[in-house]
Each structure stands twice: as structure tokens, then as C-alpha cells.
Ligand binder design. Structure first.
Ligand code: HEC
Ligand code: HEC
Ligand code: HEC
Ligand code: HEC
Length: 447
């Protein structure tokens, strides 16, 4: 999936793609089953659209919030078009291949592309065609719609009345990932990808940046909140992807190719002399076995080493065991499920640690340096891992550049853009070339 990001005059092309999930596991909290959260009714975005509410054309400065949230969403946010894409040609073809019937009527698609809630929770103003709207992220409004407009009404009270707490970074990432990774009830697997659906990849920092912001930045007046959001987003997406792996290992479709390294199968072939894969070798697996897609682990590991060296050791051991099991062609499903569940519990503990960690200029710089230094190891893990590294460095750099204003900001920006350039044709991805560009980043950012 290709995203054009235009920010601060730079054009960054980020190649984005992948997929995800969660399993009912003992003691590990995963993405909630969405059926259980809705306490009130869903009104649809029309109820928020009045110009005195969230439909102002210009941002207002007299109130705590801008009041132009609806205007931004309807005019600029892709979520507002999520339903209409179900009527385009690609969707029609996906529907035909998968035999789902018209995608715009199929629960399989509506689950992520609309506010798809049971009829008894739909208020009269409700429209499926509104796509992914306010209440997909902020929760059913019927409980708080009236009172939340009163002066000095506290956010916490709205939360008690059914508003979803998107201010909390763990909750926020989990909410995005219900659609951008999937849950037990709604998912994108290789079958759907082979039919034409984009692979689901995510990184909270970059995706938050690309989503036209209808809230005040920097959030809560904390200039390093973006770095914290990146860290929490990494931990939550790892936890949820491990939960999804456990669920799939115990599910009807196995092996699930979307859990494996896409480009182990989908790369273009070269002369043996030119093959970086043959040169790299196949450590830990039989030559030719498609390996586990470790893209959500490899970059996150650098953060774990930075903030919690003790946990890092335990975490690495579990991940190494899981990788061994996954790299086997006939991997033992029960053992994979159990190992993924244990690793998910470790990731869950790390969510709290990462969230509680303080972030500042020195920490952000150390993280960028550590990840750039790790370039050689990151790059041989293939394209999806390289993509996570590029998105991560982009998110960290943006916060660092804005707040610390380094003298070599322009140079660093160019070096990171060079990483994205390496991802434009994923099937032609070259680890040595990506590693060389990481080396450049490392030289600019310092060791
Ligand atoms: C688990 C949630 C989920 C399900 C289920 C799902 N989608 Fe999607 N879909 C997404 C997300 C998230 C994106 C955006 C991906 C990105 O840009 O990273 C997307 C993107 C798309 C796109 C590309 C849109 C564009 O702007 O180019 C199409 C087409 C699409 N979906 C069709 C479908 C169809 C048809 C179905 C049902 C067969 C379906 N989707 C089911 C989550 C889902
Ligand atoms: C895809 C998810 C998503 C959708 C759709 C969405 N929002 Fe938001 N909204 C967020 C996130 C994330 C934040 C920032 C975190 C926060 O402040 O809660 C936010 C913040 C806000 C805020 C500021 C809250 C504060 O206390 O500062 C308002 C107001 C708001 N949204 C209203 C709306 C309205 C109205 C719509 C529909 C027109 C909408 N949102 C659609 C995710 C979403
Ligand atoms: C209810 C499901 C759902 C939730 C929740 C959700 N999204 Fe999405 N998102 C989608 C779908 C579907 C698309 C594809 C829309 C399209 O292409 O028209 C999408 C597209 C996007 C895109 C555009 C990607 C591109 O390729 O241009 C961004 C950025 C994004 N979402 C960020 C977020 C963030 C950040 C959150 C959480 C605050 C979030 N989303 C929550 C379903 C969801
Ligand atoms: C174990 C090997 C394997 C893995 C791993 C794998 N695929 Fe596939 N993929 C296939 C095969 C086989 C087909 C069917 C090709 C055909 O029939 O022409 C396919 C089909 C596809 C297609 C449709 C074919 C086309 O040319 O458009 C897409 C897109 C795709 N895969 C993307 C992915 C993505 C993204 C991932 C990782 C999330 C992935 N695949 C992981 C083997 C794999």
C-alpha cells in the first residue's frame, strides 16, 4: 500500500502493507471483543456536524477544542470514504473472487469499512454509508452527546457514559488495530490479500501523522508525546500480532501465509551471483522454508533493550523459540500457539513499561542511533522489517527535529527519505542497499 505523505515541504513515499490479531488467552488482555463495549446507541456523524458543535469550517480559538473536527474528517480523512471504496472495481473483484456478494453489503467488509453495529444499537440517524466515522473511534454517543456540550464537562464523565478513551495511548493503538490489524471477529488473511486487499501494516506514529489531525498537537502540551505514542504503538501492535498468531495457529487455515515473510515467496529472482538472499544464507531454517514475519519484533527490540535490559533477555529467548517453531515447514501448531501466547504476555507487560517511561531529547536521539546502528541486522530480515525501521526513524526524527532543532536536520531528513526510496518496489527489495542507507543514517545521526 502506498501512502503519499506531504509534510513540512518534504515528500516521503512510505510503502505500507501487512496484517494481524488476538486470542482468548489466560491472563493476557487482548483487543476486546467489540460486541461487549458498546453501552449506548450509535448516532452517526450527522449528530456531530452542526457548525456550533464539530462542523465549524475554521478552527475556533475560543474553545479548548477546534470544533472543526467534522469538517476535517468529511473533507480530508480517508476514513470518511471507507464505505465508498467498497463499491470500487478492486472491491467488486475481491467480492467476486471470495464469493462474498456485493462488498458494500457484506458483513465481512463492513466490519472494518463502516460503523457496523447491531440494529438495536443504531439510532435513527444512523447510516452505513458514512464509513468509518466519529463513533468508530470515540464510542457510541447517545450517553454523552447531550451533556458533553455543557461548560467544563470533564472528559472522564463522558468516558463513564460510553465514550472510548482515545487519549490513553494503549487504548488508542488498540482501537486503531481492531481494523488495521484485525480481531477474532474481523480479519484480513492471505486469501483476502491474494484477492486484492492491501496487506495491513501499521505504525501508530506515522499513521497518526497521515490521518488529518482534528485535535491539538503537540498533545497534552507534551512535546515528546509522539515518541511515547510510537513506543506504546509498537508494544501494542506486537502484543496483538502475537495474539493473532496464536489464534491463527489454533484456527481453521494453517499455515496462514500472511504470518510469514511475504517476500520470501514474492521476490523477483536474479542470477545466483546477484542474489543477496543466497549470500545471506538461511540461518535457523532449511534453505527455502519461508520464515516467520518478524517485522513487529525486530525494531521494537531496540526499544526494549534501551528501557528494560532484563526483560529484553527473557523476551529474546521466547521470540527465538517462536521463530524456530515458525520456520519449520510443518510447524507444531499447539506449540506455536502456546509460545505466541507467552510472548504476548511479555509484550503486554512491556506496554505498561513503555507507556510509563519518560521520553526526552536525549532518549529520542539514543533510540535513533541504536536503530540506525542495528541497520545490518534489520535489513536482512526482509522488506516488512525494513519498512517498520523506516517508519520508526521517521516518527522519531519528526519529534526530534521539531523539539531539539538539530543543525543537521535537513541532512537527516534526506537520509531517512532515502530509506523509503528503497521500499518503493517491495519485490525488488535489496537488503545490502537498505543496509547501506541505514549506514548513512547512522553516520548523520551519530553512533
Ligand atoms: C480487519 C479489517 C478489514 C476488513 C475485514 C476489510 N478491510 Fe479493507 N481495508 C482495511 C484497512 C485498515 C485498509 C487501509 C489499509 C492501509 O492503507 O494501510 C483497507 C483498505 C481497503 C481497500 C483499499 C482502499 C484504497 O483507498 O485504496 C480496499 C479496496 C478494501 N479495503 C476492500 C475491502 C473489501 C472488499 C473487504 C471485504 C471482502 C474488506 N476490505 C475487508 C481493513 C479491512
Ligand atoms: C479513526 C479514528 C477517529 C475518527 C474516525 C474520529 N476521531 Fe476524533 N480523535 C481521534 C484521536 C486518535 C484523537 C486524539 C486523541 C484524543 O484527544 O482523544 C481524537 C480527538 C478528537 C477530539 C479532541 C478531544 C480532546 O479532548 O482534545 C474531538 C473533539 C474529536 N476527536 C471529535 C471527533 C469527531 C466529531 C469525529 C467525526 C466527525 C471524529 N472525532 C472522528 C480519533 C478519531
Ligand atoms: C473501524 C475501522 C478503523 C479504525 C478503528 C481505524 N481505521 Fe484507519 N482505516 C480504516 C479503513 C477501512 C481505511 C481505508 C480507507 C480508504 O482507503 O478509503 C483506513 C485508512 C487509514 C489511513 C490511510 C492510509 C493510507 O494508505 O492512506 C490512516 C493514516 C489511518 N487509517 C489511520 C488510523 C489511525 C491512526 C487510527 C486510530 C486512531 C485508525 N486509522 C482507526 C479503518 C479503520
Ligand atoms: C509461502 C509463500 C507465500 C507467502 C509467505 C505469501 N504469499 Fe502471497 N501468494 C503466494 C501464492 C502461491 C500466491 C498465488 C499466486 C498465483 O496463483 O499466481 C500468492 C498470491 C498473492 C497475491 C496475488 C497475486 C498477484 O500477483 O497479485 C498477493 C498480492 C500476495 N500474495 C501478497 C502477499 C503478501 C502481502 C504476503 C505477506 C503478508 C504474502 N503474499 C505472503 C504465496 C505466498
Amino acid at each position: 500500500m502506498r501512502m503519499a505523505l506531504v509534510a513540512a515541504g518534504w515528500l516521503v513515499l512510505a510503502m505500507l502493507a501487512s496484517s494481524y490479531a488476538q486470542t482468548p488467552t489466560s491472563g493476557v488482555r487482548g483487543l476486546y471483543s467489540e460486541k461487549n463495549v458498546a453501552t449506548g446507541k450509535y448516532n452517526g456523524p450527522g449528530g456531530c456536524a452542526a457548525s456550533s458543535c464539530h462542523g465549524s469550517v475554521q478552527p475556533k480559538t475560543t474553545t479548548r477544542i477546534f470544533q472543526n473536527e467534522y469538517t476535517i474528517w468529511i473533507a480530508q480523512d480517508k476514513h470518511a470514504r471507507a464505505f465508498s471504496v467498497l463499491q470500487n472495481e478492486v472491491s467488486q473483484r475481491i467480492g467476486a473472487i471470495l464469493n462474498t456478494g456485493a462488498p458494500a453489503k457484506s458483513p465481512k467488509c463492513l466490519a472494518c469499512h463502516a460503523l457496523y453495529v447491531p440494529p438495536e444499537q443504531q439510532a435513527e440517524t444512523f447510516e452505513l454509508a458514512d464509513g468509518v466515522s466519529c463513533e468508530n473511534c470515540h464510542g457510541p454517543a447517545s450517553g454523552w452527546l447531550g451533556p458533553h456540550t455543557t461548560k467544563d464537562w470533564p472528559h472522564e464523565k463522558s468516558v463513564q457514559l460510553g465514550m472510548y478513551d482515545t487519549r490513553n495511548l494503549e487504548n488508542r493503538s488498540a482501537k486503531c488495530l481492531t481494523c488495521h490489524l484485525g480481531t477474532a471477529e474481523k480479519f484480513v488473511g492471505h486469501e483476502m490479500i491474494a484477492a486484492g486487499h492491501p496487506d495491513l501494516t501499521f505504525e501508530l506514529g506515522l499513521f497518526t501523522l497521515v490521518m488529518p489531525a482534528h485535535w491539538k498537537m503537540p498533545e497534552q502540551g507534551n512535546p515528546w508525546r509522539q515518541v511515547q505514542a510510537w513506543g506504546v504503538g509498537q508494544a501494542v501492535q506486537l502484543r496483538e500480532s502475537l495474539n493473532r498468531l496464536a489464534r491463527r495457529a489454533n484456527g481453521p487455515v494453517w499455515p496462514e501465509y500472511a504470518e510469514l515473510d511475504c517476500f520470501a515467496c514474492h521476490h523477483s529472482l536474479t542470477r545466483p551471483e546477484d542474489s543477496w538472499r543466497e549470500k545471506r544464507g538461511y540461518a535457523g531454517r532449511r534453505p527455502g522454508n519461508p520464515p516467520w514475519n518478524e517485522s513487529r519484533v525486530v525494531v521494537f527490540r531496540d526499544l526494549v533493550q534501551e528501557i528494560s535490559p532484563d526483560t529484553a533477555k527473557q523476551f529474546d529467548d521466547e521470540i527465538a523459540q517462536l521463530a524456530r517453531l515458525m520456520n519449520d515447514l510443518n510447524g507444531k501448531r499447539e506449540q506455536i500457539g502456546a509460545s505466541a501466547t507467552r510472548a504476548s504476555a511479555l509484550a503486554d507487560a512491556l506496554v505498561k513499561q513503555v507507556d510509563a517511561q519518560g521520553y526526552d531529547s536525549a532518549m529520542t536521539l539514543r533510540l535513533m542511533r541504536r536503530i540506525a546502528r542495528d541497520g545490518a541486522a534489520i535489513s536482512v530480515e526482509d522488506e516488512r522489517t525494513a519498512e517498520q525501521a523506516a517508519m520508526t526513524l521517521d516518527s522519531l526524527f519528526r519529534a526530534y527535529n521539531l523539539n531539539a532543532k538539530p543543525a543537521n536536520g535537513g541532512e537527516l531528513r534526506a537520509a531517512i527519505d532515502g530509506l523509503f526510496a528503497q521500499l518503493q518496489d517491495p519485490s525488488a527489495y535489496s537488503a545490502p542497499r537498505f543496509a547501506a542507507q541505514m549506514q548513512k543514517v547512522s553516520e548523520v545521526v551519530g553512533r
